[in-house]
Design a binder for this molecule. Sequence first.
Ligand SMILES: Cc1cc2nc3c(=O)[nH]c(=O)nc-3n(C[C@H](O)[C@H](O)[C@H](O)COP(=O)(O)OP(=O)(O)OC[C@H]3O[C@@H](n4cnc5c(N)ncnc54)[C@H](O)[C@@H]3O)c2cc1C
Length: 373
Amino acid sequence: MRTDVVVVGLGAFGSAALWRLAARGVRVVGIERQAIGHAFGSSHGTTRLFRVACMEHPGLTELARKSLALWTELGERTGETYVRQTGSLNVGSLTSAPVTGARKAAAIGASTGDLSHQELRTRFPQYNLEPGDVAVWDPGAGICYAEPTVRAQVAEARRLGATVYPHTMVTEIDVRADEVIVRTPTVDIAAEQVVVCAGAWLGKLVPGLPATPRRTPLFWFQPADPESEAFRLANFPSFIWELADGRGLWGHGSDDGFGVKVGLDGGSHRTGFDPDELDRYIHPVADIAELAAAVGRAFPGLDPAPVKAIPCMVTDTPDGQFLVGRYDERLVIAGGDNGHGFKHCAGIGELLAQVTTKETPFADASFVDPHRF
Ligand SMILES: Cc1cc2nc3c(=O)[nH]c(=O)nc-3n(C[C@H](O)[C@H](O)[C@H](O)COP(=O)(O)OP(=O)(O)OC[C@H]3O[C@@H](n4cnc5c(N)ncnc54)[C@H](O)[C@@H]3O)c2cc1C
């Protein structure tokens, strides 16, 4: 089989790349080793936090805005909602990463508002704040939907002409001078270029990249008083909170179809394993004890025992930024999500399509250039 572009891995980044390439009329084939929208990579569960004033890098604001624009356009066609802009809190001391990072994003145009300690306490009594805690409000933020969006992006790509092979594992990417051959047990595809978006498996398919899988389970909680409305999404919007000891808590409230979600960064998550060997057991002590203690202290109105947990993975890079762009003449890559990639995936898909077709990128992507190391 021969085509213009093959996209390997149809999770968040790959499904978006497939969609944006198909939208340009490029002959594109997508290959995914699992079902479309599955629970074995980085993109499962119902929701992810959507932020615009991103603390991780000011350049991310442009990517989030592009995702929002593309998902809004897609939603107008499908009648579905992919982002709910409920606003979001960046909480911590004046020198914490969520507060300083959101202010840096504001300095280059993200719209934000400051909340003093007292304002924060009054408006969000759910928080057991430290005395120096303040917040930056990100009004364009909220939540986005993970598995439904991956499925929608693939469905849209198919509608626009893409060919999709689910349940098909790429075993080799053979880059030659005049073409690239993508091999699977059932079909070999020759293409001009390949876009590799293999998530935690990126380093296995493209050896030499500084991409390290990290096990990061997802957890859901419920209010100590099951009748309480305090932790509904409308009253408890998404947040990132740097605790006094430097660890990060993040999450959002519940709504119909999903529970209160809270996660802890800087906990005892394991790294450097083979993603095919991910430990899928949730360990009462290693996984839950530290998070439950942090939740119990931070939000006294929540029952600190999680009601649900699912193992998941992220992929770390040395500087916490993605690996997105051209890797060589025939190879374009996207990965290294560092646990904050979903909200940017449609924007990254657009960027990947632009890089592949040699258009001018809509944003400065030098901070995610895979050659920067
Ligand atoms: C607990 C947790 C919380 C998070 N919270 C947020 C959040 O609030 N906001 C946010 O923006 N982001 C968040 N993220 C990060 C976000 O989910 C990831 O950035 C995003 O899902 C990464 O997508 P990906 O395409 O790189 O990986 P994936 O979605 O895993 O896609 C990679 C795909 O490649 C496939 N694949 C691998 N090898 C092969 C092969 N050989 N052949 C064919 N297919 C292959 C895999 O099966 C997989 O489907 C969170 C992540 C986790 C784990």
